[in-house]
Design a protein around this ligand. Structure first.
Ligand code: GLC
Length: 611
């Protein structure tokens, strides 16, 4: 749904007038209230005027982001002049409904507007594959599946749909897309990457344009975030928050290009990676943050830490004055504290007053943050645009998600068992066949995600039943009951949800015991077996593959499991291509295109049913 842009013809005319001669237009504009509240003035003049009115504490508060659950008294938002709030993964209002989200946002915003200068907060959230904290939202395939589509235009449409659903809850800032280049599939965040090459991630920065629109001030637009800067997907051993040991040339060749592409697309914020580069914590890296990102790439938005990113600099709990100095002086503009915001503000104040953080750095950070708030139109429209609340989980967005699921499926093996016939007698098995939680993966309703009926959607089994009819489809989670009466067995197996470090696989990357037991039952029946793998990364299936008649990699498809059935039954001729080289075994990791290793399936591989 594309609602009429907020800008009236008069506003456009006034803006054009202002562009022609700011001062003249300004004098023509009605002289009411302070200049920074005049939407007809150029943003840079509004920022100048507002900053001239701000105290040091006003400025320190703008650089401070607090988790919503840390706000025990909404009055603290104005008292401490907080510039931003966030919902961490799974941090939701009760009840978890779109209206409750919008009411929560508006409550916080109205509290913020009580501050002396009435500066609105900007509220951030991880809507990384849909508005995934909200029950009932459309959940799209995780990025690894979007990478398999090789369809940047689709990614842009998804960005717009996500922006509408996020806007429908009031929220104005999406900590997405992750532009990590996952080089070792052991990494728990491999599924948040579009693939193993910088080219794929760079091409999918169209998602930023979808989120931010043609203009941040357009209705439904939200601020995007390029994350996690830089090299998070290149750590040794694929260890989350680990150490990326590369020369500068290698770092620039592999991990920097997607951020250059994001900056060129006007991304409004950049989030710093927890990881280190050659032993130096990214959160303290002045060269990469200030000299490269801000100066060389020309990034004019604002830089935000990751969650407690400052605390993790020294590896000890909490943050110290040294850590605050190092991070802010490196070029970080906003700090995702997220709980101890009062102590953070006190620490920042004392370091500025001691001269260890120059006021010019504070002013640069504020200028960047306020510019985005003005560009978003937050001063004119601080509250939820409830015209978008009804788009959350609507049929149009779910249809788009189903298309994304179709295009993301990668057919890796097929001896003729696929496509299925609607008239087949089909036996469906596997722990991931009828489980919305497993097919959506991490970052869904909760931070880690979870198995079970966690949000409305269509499971892969339901998609199969819609095609063939429930009379022709038998489901048995562990495969018990399979016999020779069936034409085909479909085993939907793979991973259960995880996020971040909890998804690291330092040891094996094979199927779990339940899946292996299910598959052996099916094999014993002699019925042809089609395997659908629901996983956030390539898995070690070399030993089992010969027993399978077909293999479809489904990645983490989200709520629209019918898109998988579209491919299984040939209603969509698969087009997906591997965004990651598929290893023969975990011992091959890291394995990437061009490194000379021979994997089980090469980068870019994907079969079709017919040309
Ligand atoms: C997490 C993630 C980051 C996310 C942030 C806020 O630790 O690293 O991707 O945006 O915290 O939830």
């Amino acid at each position: 749904m594309r609602l009429r842009p907020r800008r009236s013809a008069l506003t456009v005319f006034a803006a054009a007038l202002t562009l022609v001669s700011g001062v003249a237009a300004a004098s023509a504009a009605p002289a009411r209230g302070p200049a920074y509240l005049n939407p007809h003035l150029p943003v840079r003049l509004r920022v100048d005027d507002l900053m001239s009115r701000m105290s040091l504490d006003d400025k320190l508060g703008q650089m401070t982001q607090a988790e919503r659950s840390a706000i025990t008294d909404p009055a603290d938002i104005a008292t401490y002049r907080l510039g931003s709030l966030l919902s961490g993964g799974g941090s939701t209002p009760t009840p978890n409904t779109p209206t409750a989200w919008a009411d929560m946002y508006d409550g916080f915003q109205q509290a913020a507007l009580q501050s002396p200068l009435h500066i609105p907060v900007i509220y951030g959230i991880d809507a990384v594959h849909g508005h995934n904290n909200v029950v009932g939202a459309t959940i799209f395939p995780h990025n690894i599946g979007l990478g398999a589509t090789r369809d940047p235009a689709l990614a842009q449409r998804i960005g717009r749909a996500v922006a509408e659903e996020v806007s429908g809850t009031g929220i104005d800032w999406d900590f997405a897309p992750c532009l990590c280049v996952a080089r070792n599939d052991r990494w728990g965040r491999t599924y948040e990457s579009f693939g193993e090459t910088p080219e794929i991630a760079s091409s999918m920065t169209t998602l930023i344009t979808g989120l931010q629109g043609d203009s941040l001030s357009d209705s439904g637009s939200v601020l995007a975030t390029a994350k996690h800067y830089v090299g998070d997907g290149g750590t040794t051993g694929g260890v989350n928050e680990g150490n990326t040991e590369l020369t500068e040339d290698q770092l620039r060749a592999i991990h920097l290009p997607p951020f250059r592409a994001a900056v060129d697309r006007g991304v409004g914020s950049v989030m710093i990676s927890f990881s280190s580069w050659n032993g130096v914590k990214m959160h303290t890296n002045h060269y990469l943050i200030t000299d490269v990102l801000k100066k060389e790439l020309g990034f004019s938005g604002f830089v935000v830490t990751d969650w407690q990113g400052i605390d993790r600099i020294d590896g000890q709990p909490g943050f110290t004055t040294d850590e605050v100095d190092a991070a802010i002086n490196a070029g970080i503009d906003m700090v995702m504290v997220p709980y101890d915001f009062k102590k953070f503000i006190d620490t920042l104040r004392s370091e500025v007053q001691a001269g260890r953080i120059p006021l010019s750095r504070i002013d640069d950070a504020n200028r960047r943050i306020l510019t985005k708030k003005f560009e978003l139109g937050l001063f004119e429209h601080p509250l939820t645009d409830r015209r978008y609340t009804g788009t959350i989980g609507d049929a149009q967005h779910r249809a788009l998600a189903r298309q994304a699921v179709r295009e993301s499926q990668v057919l890796l093996k097929n001896d003729g068992a696929l496509p299925l016939s609607r008239h087949d007698k089909i036996f469906v098995a596997g722990k991931n066949a009828d489980d919305i939680g497993n097919q959506t993966g991490g970052w869904t309703i909760t931070w880690q995600g979870s198995s079970g009926p966690i949000t409305p959607g269509t499971t892969i089994l339901q998609g199969i039943q819609q095609k063939a009819g429930t009379d022709n489809v038998t489901y048995s989670k562990d495969g018990t009951g399979i016999n020779g009466d069936y034409d085909t067995a479909v085993a939907v197996v793979g991973e259960t949800p995880y996020a971040e470090g909890q998804g690291d696989r330092p040891n094996g990357m094979g199927l779990d015991a339940d899946d292996l037991a299910t598959l052996s039952r099916l094999k014993a029946s002699g019925v042809p077996v089609v395997v659908v793998l629901v996983s956030g990364r390539p898995l070690d299936i070399t030993q089992q593959l010969p027993d399978w008649n077909a293999l479809l990699e489904s990645w983490l498809p989200g709520t629209e499991g019918a898109g998988v059935a579209d491919v299984l039954f040939g209603d969509y001729n698969p087009t997906g291509k591997l965004p990651d080289t598929w290893p023969r075994s975990a011992s091959q990791e890291p394995i990437n295109v061009g490194d000379g290793q021979q994997g089980l399936f090469p980068f870019g591989f994907g079969l079709r049913y017919h040309r």
